[in-house]
Design a protein around this ligand. Structure first.
Ligand code: HEC
Length: 143
C-alpha cells in the first residue's frame, strides 16, 4: 500500500514537471488549416461576385475555376486582392464589366487563406499562399 502511495506521488510530481502546453492562439500554418479558414473569408468577401462554385457570372465577374491567373503567379493575384481590379482586359479571352474593389482591409493571413482556398478549390490545384508572401506584395507593411 505504501509503495502505491509513493509511486503515485512520484507520478504526480513527474506530471507537474511536464512542459507547459503551447498557447492555443498559435496559428496553424498547414495548407489544410489555411484552406479551412479561407472558406469563411471567401463566403464573406468574394462569393457574392465570384459565386459559391467559383464559376463567376458571365460578362460580369470572372470565374476563379480554370483561371490562368489563379493558378499562375501568386504575386499577381495577391496584388489584385490588395488593389482591386478594373482593368477590363480580356481574362482567358473574355471581358468582365464589373469592378472589384480593393480588399486591403483584410489581414495578410486572411488574404493568404482565401487565396490558398481558391487555388485548391473549384477544380484548381496549386500551391498555398503564405502571409509572408502577402506582406511582401503589400510592401512590408504588417497587417
Ligand atoms: C464586387 C464584385 C467582386 C468581389 C466582391 C470580388 N471580386 Fe474578384 N473580381 C471581380 C471582377 C469584376 C474582376 C475582373 C475585373 C476586370 O476584368 O477588370 C475580378 C478579378 C479577380 C481576380 C483576377 C482574375 C483574373 O483572371 O485575372 C481574382 C484572382 C479575384 N478577382 C479574386 C477575388 C477574391 C479572392 C475576392 C475576395 C477577397 C474577390 N475577388 C472579390 C469582382 C469581384
Amino acid at each position: 500500500m505504501k509503495s502505491i502511495v509513493i509511486i503515485s506521488s512520484i507520478t504526480v510530481l513527474l506530471l507537474s514537471f511536464k512542459q507547459p502546453k503551447k498557447p492555443q492562439s498559435k496559428i496553424d500554418s498547414s495548407p489544410q488549416a489555411s484552406i479551412n479558414r479561407g472558406v469563411a473569408v471567401y463566403r464573406k468577401e468574394c462569393m457574392s461576385c465570384h459565386q459559391a462554385d467559383g464559376g463567376g457570372v458571365p460578362h460580369l465577374n470572372p470565374p476563379l475555376s480554370e483561371n490562368t491567373d489563379v493558378l499562375g503567379d501568386k504575386k499577381k493575384i495577391i496584388s489584385i486582392v490588395l488593389k482591386g481590379m478594373e482593368d477590363r482586359i480580356p481574362l482567358d479571352g473574355e471581358y468582365y464589366s464589373n469592378s472589384m474593389a480593393s480588399h486591403a482591409h483584410l489581414s495578410n493571413l486572411e488574404i493568404a487563406d482565401v487565396l490558398t482556398y481558391i487555388r485548391a478549390s473549384f477544380g484548381n490545384k496549386a500551391s498555398a499562399v503564405t502571409p509572408a508572401e502577402v506582406a511582401l506584395v503589400r510592401g512590408g507593411k504588417k497587417k
